[in-house]
Design a protein around this ligand. Structure first.
Ligand code: FES
Length: 118
């Protein structure tokens, strides 16, 4: 006999409740999320049921944290306006703004006033 679960899509990970710190609040796209102080952005997003963190530049395939140790680069997000940050390596901070990264992302670098030797 098979039993079906009828609960909505739960978060992939749950906290073990051992965090001694107060939670911090941050923004992810249009959501406000909370996470235990000291966890990585990737852990915070997974705890809050966030799906893909980014899409790939060529095929727009969805990606989310995989290795959680800085090796795979599947967790790239924009953090406080800075693109291509590894969410698994950056601890959450109160008030930080995190955005899903769509495809390739680049910093806008002003070259105004520079002649590059020309
Ligand atoms: S999850 Fe692999 S580099 Fe961040």
């Amino acid at each position: 006999m098979h039993t079906k679960t009828t609960s909505p899509c739960p978060a992939l990970f749950t906290s073990n409740g051992d965090s001694p710190s107060d939670p911090v609040t941050l923004r992810f796209d249009d959501r406000t999320i909370t996470a235990p102080a000291g966890v990585s952005i990737a852990a915070a997003l997974l705890l809050n049921g966030v799906g893909p963190f980014r899409t790939t530049p060529v095929t727009s395939a969805p990606r989310a944290a995989y290795c959680m140790m800085g090796v795979c680069f599947d967790c790239l997000v924009e953090v406080d306006g800075m693109p291509s940050r590894q969410a698994c390596l950056i601890p959450v901070r109160e008030g930080m703004i995190v955005r899903r990264q769509q495809g390739a992302s680049a910093l806008e670098i002003s070259t105004e006033g520079e002649n590059h030797g020309r």
